[in-house]
Design a protein around this ligand. Structure first.
Ligand code: HEC
Length: 153
C-alpha cells in the first residue's frame, strides 16, 4: 500500500518543518530580547545627573534585589533593609552584621554613589559580601534609584 506511506512521509516533512520554524522564531525573538536588554550604546557612559529615573520601571527591577533586601524598616534578609537607603549613611542599619568593607564605608548613599555602586558592587566596594554582579544599563540603575528614593517616604 504505497499511498499511505507517501502520506506519512509528507506528514513527517511538515512536522519537521514546523519544528524548524518554531526554533527559528524562538532564536529570533531571543535575539530581540537581548537587543532590548542591552544598554543603549549612546547612554552607556551616561552620568547619573543626565538621566531621569522612572520609579515604576525601578519597582520591576527591584525583583533583582528582593531575595536579599526588604524595603520594610528593620527587616533584614541576607542584606540589610533598604528602607530609606537614598540619603542613608553606608553601613548604618542597626541590627545588621555588615562586612568590614561595608561597615567601614563612611559615605552617604546619594543617588550618585548608588549609581556607581550598582554598576559593579564588588569593584566599587572591594570586600563587600553582596553577591551581585551589577547592572550595566545606566538607565536601569537610574530607574531603580528613583524607586529606592521613594522607599523612605
Ligand atoms: C545575593 C544577595 C543580594 C542581592 C541580590 C543584592 N544585595 Fe545588596 N547587599 C547584600 C548584602 C549581603 C549586603 C551587605 C554587604 C556587606 O556587609 O558587605 C548588601 C548591601 C547593600 C547595600 C549597602 C547598604 C548599606 O546599609 O550600606 C546597598 C545599597 C545594596 N545592597 C543595594 C542592593 C540593590 C539595589 C540590589 C538589587 C539591584 C541588591 N543590593 C542586590 C546582598 C544582596
Amino acid at each position: 500500500m504505497p499511498a499511505p506511506v507517501r502520506t506519512s512521509f509528507i506528514h513527517l516533512f511538515a512536522y519537521l518543518s514546523a519544528i524548524g520554524l518554531a526554533a527559528l522564531v524562538a532564536a529570533c525573538s531571543g535575539a530581540d530580547e537581548f537587543a532590548q536588554g542591552a544598554p543603549d550604546p549612546a547612554l552607556a557612559d551616561a552620568a547619573y545627573g543626565e538621566l531621569t529615573g522612572d520609579p515604576r520601571a525601578g519597582a520591576r527591577l527591584f525583583a533583582m534585589c528582593q531575595a536579599c533586601h526588604s524595603l520594610e524598616p528593620g527587616v533584614m534578609r541576607a542584606g540589610p533593609s533598604l528602607h530609606g537607603v537614598v540619603g542613608r549613611e553606608a553601613g548604618s542599619m542597626a541590627g545588621f552584621a555588615y562586612s568590614d568593607a561595608n561597615a567601614g564605608a563612611t559615605h552617604v548613599w546619594t543617588g550618585e554613589e548608588l549609581f556607581a555602586f550598582l554598576a559593579a558592587p564588588r569593584d566599587y566596594m572591594p570586600g563587600t559580601r553582596m553577591a551581585f554582579y551589577g547592572i550595566a544599563d545606566p538607565q536601569q540603575r537610574a530607574d531603580l534609584i528613583a524607586f529606592l528614593d521613594q522607599s523612605g517616604e
